[in-house]
Design a protein around this ligand. Structure first.
Ligand SMILES: *[C@@H]1O[C@H](CO)[C@@H](O)[C@H](O)[C@H]1NC(C)=O
Ligand SMILES: *[C@@H]1O[C@H](CO)[C@@H](O)[C@H](O)[C@H]1NC(C)=O
Ligand SMILES: *[C@@H]1O[C@H](CO)[C@@H](O)[C@H](O)[C@H]1NC(C)=O
Ligand SMILES: *[C@@H]1O[C@H](CO)[C@@H](O)[C@H](O)[C@H]1NC(C)=O
Ligand SMILES: *[C@@H]1O[C@H](CO)[C@@H](O)[C@H](O)[C@H]1NC(C)=O
Length: 369
């Protein structure tokens, strides 16, 4: 038998081997189980089982992209979340797609669509397909194996007036908080919260219409990750710094969470031309220092210092250009980042990042409130 005759059979097999979950838009009534130790080929797959989130659990697929040259940015999150798991503001439907962004003139937008038909998610070594039925929103991604995967988001929602395609072309390999994408590694970042970063850095093409406005750019700096947990996010997570950027040949991601249970958790990621130089959650592998905070508690300047696996330091300075999402708890910002390997060439780029407000005594845990 010639090989090409075998291919359809192998393809059939891959369908059988891929894990597909399909569930209605109804909260699970009872306990759910979270995946906190990696299984092969499921870095970006569903992390809570048997299917829909219960009241206090959450699993989400986050995508964001900022234009390198304008004020345009959009973050798109596919949720499977209970109302206490993550406070999206939706009570009875776990399957939601949430959009936050800003137009070229700096005006912000926020729209949310419920997927009344539930969701189907299929993940395998060949990639992922996620469809949030009835929302008009879906995503597909190719294999994460070589750090060059392509993710496509297809959006067509009359309800919220958003339509079009967003394409992410990854520049660097996927990872977990403490390691590259391997089976049987820890996936828990802070107590009770899992983190998997399928696309640390991507070149993104955005071709959308938001209402009557054309929302199109090809200079997108993008990123995709997921978080999940089986107890309320707000119970475990007190504050965070998080951000990503391309810097010349490098891709960097920083993440720090202060947890109500157990102290500070930090994960740093640096890749160069598609090879990982650091993917570590070891305490001293990354220092994040706020250098300037304004009178509203907004971080204006952050210093980053990564210790690469070979011992060399990678340093970067992040300065806020515009706050594109402001809540009582945290700010999402577009900024400028400059940096590189200490003592070597320095690069400059646009970065999208978040920081919890630093001087607010009375923090509300309500997302976007
Ligand atoms: C949801 O699942 C978690 C983890 O299994 C469990 O502790 C919690 O009680 C469940 N919540 C409900 C409302 O069943
Ligand atoms: C900015 O652009 C958006 C989208 O076109 C528009 O709806 C909004 O009114 C504009 N805001 C200002 C202040 O011009
Ligand atoms: C976490 O707490 C440490 C120690 O108080 C502090 O230095 C750090 O800035 C905090 N990080 C965040 C993300 O709030
Ligand atoms: C560590 O790796 C970086 C990136 O390849 C390189 O520039 C640096 O010189 C290396 N440091 C050592 C001590 O080998
Ligand atoms: C904190 O905010 C809540 C809700 O907005 C309010 O009821 C409470 O009085 C505030 N507490 C302080 C100390 O400001």
């Amino acid at each position: 038998m010639k090989l090409y005759l075998l291919l359809p059979i192998l393809e059939l097999f891959s369908v059988v081997l891929s894990a597909t979950v399909s569930f209605p838009a109804r909260l699970h009534d009872g306990p759910v189980v979270g995946e906190f130790f990696s299984v092969g080929n499921n870095l970006d797959g569903p992390k809570i089982s048997p299917g829909p989130a219960n009241k206090t659990s959450f699993d989400w697929w986050h995508f964001d992209v900022a234009s390198a040259n304008t004020k345009e940015y959009i973050a798109i999150v596919f949720f499977n979340a209970g109302p206490e798991g993550y406070k999206t503001g939706v009570k009875d439907t776990p399957t939601i797609v949430d959009f936050t962004g800003s137009f070229a003139n700096g005006t912000e937008f926020h729209r949310l669509v419920e997927a009344q038909g539930g969701a189907t998610i299929s993940a395998s070594e060949y990639g992922i397909v996620g469809a949030w039925h009835g929302s008009g929103c879906s995503f597909t991604g190719t294999s994460l194996a070589r750090g060059r995967s392509v993710y496509t988001l297809a959006i067509a929602s009359r309800t919220i007036g958003i339509k079009g395609i967003v394409t992410f072309q990854s520049r660097s390999p996927a990872h977990y908080a403490c390691s590259p994408d391997l089976p049987s590694v820890n996936e828990e970042f802070s107590p009770g919260v899992g983190w998997a970063n399928a696309i640390p850095d991507a070149i993104v093409d955005v071709d959308l219409r938001v209402g009557d406005t054309s929302f199109k750019f090809t200079d997108g700096i993008g990123y995709h990750d997921k978080n999940w947990g089986v107890k309320p996010f707000s119970m475990s997570t007190v504050s965070w710094y998080w951000g990503h950027a391309p810097l010349g040949p490098f891709s960097v991601v920083w993440f720090q969470v202060n947890s109500s249970e157990r102290g500070t958790h930090t994960a740093g990621y640096v890749a160069m031309e598609g090879s990982i130089l650091q993917a570590s959650c070891v305490q001293d592998s990354l220092d994040i220092t706020p250098k300037k905070v304004d009178e509203h508690g907004v971080v204006r300047h952050l210093s980053l210092r990564f210790k690469l696996d070979n011992g060399t330091a990678f340093v970067a300075e992040v300065t806020t250009q515009s706050v594109v999402l402001e809540s009582s708890k945290f700010d999402r910002m577009i900024g400028t980042i400059t940096g590189g390997i200490e003592g070597q060439a320095s690069y400059e780029a646009t970065t999208l990042f978040e920081a919890t407000k630093l001087n607010t005594a009375n923090i509300s845990y309500n997302y976007l409130s």
